[in-house]
Write a protein of this length. Sequence first.
Length: 431
Amino acid sequence: MSVILKAENISKQYRLGVVGTGTISHDLNRWWARIRGKEDPYLKVGAVNDRSTKADSAYVWALKSINFEVQKGEVLGIIGKNGAGKSTLLKILSRVTIPTTGEIKTRGRIASLLEVGTGFHPELTGRENMYLNGAILGMTKAEIKAKEQEIIEFSGCERYVDTPVKRYSSGMRVRLAFAVAAFLEPDILVIDEVLAVGDAEFQKKAIGKMQDISKGDGRTVLFVSHNMAAVKNLCTRAIVLENGTSVFEGATDEAVDFYLSQNKKQESIPLEERKDRSGNGDFLFKDISILNTGNEALTSLLSGDFYKIKICLKTIVKQTDVKIRIQFIDNKGAVRFLCNSYFVDTKILNLEKSDSNYIEFQIAKFPLPIGNYLIQLTGVSTDGIQDDIENALEFNVVGGDFFKSGREQISKEGVLVEYTFKKVFEQEDLD
């Protein structure tokens, strides 16, 4: 495959607090440096793009030294926290704004969907905006006309296509904008988080269309999303941005795992030092962690993925007939589900005196939907409850494709279970 897009040393600097370059003296300093062939003096003073810290400089690097290549027909995911620089990067790639340093090299037409209604004139109808957007992309009127009906049908806005766009809902604008961008056959399609505005049915159609564009037509897609299920389902490779820099580039699954591991919270008090516990204390919980298949500890999980709950115990005296229970509790205090070693292990669990006994629960398909949760740990032996800690670990579920249907489960209630579905016709009942 050939390289269709190349980003070389892309950086973008903004001035905080004001619009523009700042004072006249700053402009004069920049001009004088340029006349002498020197670097812009204000490129050296920018702070790191960390939105959670107080600014110590008048300038900030929204992006810093980004380098990557995209092959023709590839679907590249760009993921990261809010403020990591994802949208800024897409705006530079789409030529909406220019980089402070570096350059973008592309081959072919680029179509962008960065914000709701980007490139649409509110006073023009949906049909008129189709032709306007096509002309901007370099399409002839005949080429747009040939795609017109396909665009209208895909968008599902046929009734309103001759109505001014200013009367469209945000979801209708996204539907039409995506249909225009996808069907006018750009060589590179750039999609920001904007698809989240659409409903579940449209998101599924849009992801299917992007798969067709990349696999069937051999076109390139750049996709930004916080929906990790969509990223895993669609992208062939991914980049993780953090504070304006690229911190990981590689296979999609590995990139998502890296991104989730970056969200791990650092507990201020180790589990073994916690005082808010009850029980006889003949054995104590020292540590608990949730691990993925790569044995990385996470506190941001995906529904439907495989995880291991690893527990370390300190045994003061030998214990017999030990039972370990993990309760998964939501932010309302309700127990969503629990794991108990006694339920699944037919052998009696005995523990010798030791500073470190390790026990592991494995959950093949994690069943919790999106939300914040905590774990309550309870250890029981023949002498009764030995240790009980209510908030042993906090974690959150950020998304996931539990049913492998290509769409995220948005319900926040209950737990997710495997099941099948089919429509039963009356004729079948009679048979």
